[in-house]
Design a protein around this ligand. Structure first.
Ligand code: SF4
Length: 79
């Protein structure tokens, strides 16, 4: 599962890194999301979906799902 993050939208809440640490991290300097890996295994994909749902700012999404107008735009980073 390809994941897309938008660091401009991220508020550093850390839910993604908490729920899917293999996939997301936070930068040491600004606390914003860092995309670590694509979700390959079924468990990682489930974790990724939970992280997407838990992100309070809509800064992460699966490339499988179209971006909503209020969600991160297509200018994010993908792995
Ligand atoms: S959960 Fe969302 S807002 Fe929080 S660090 Fe991750 S991407 Fe950023």
């Amino acid at each position: 599962m390809e994941l897309i993050v938008n660091r401009e939208r991220c508020i550093g809440a850390g839910m993604c890194a908490l729920m899917a640490p293999a996939l997301f991290d936070q930068a040491a300097d600004d606390g914003l999301v860092i995309l670590r890996a694509e979700a390959r295994t079924p468990q990682q994909q489930a974790d990724a979906r939970e992280a997407v749902a838990a992100c309070p700012s809509g800064a992460i999404r699966s490339a499988e799902e179209p971006a909503r107008a209020s969600d991160c735009a297509g200018d994010g980073e993908a792995v």
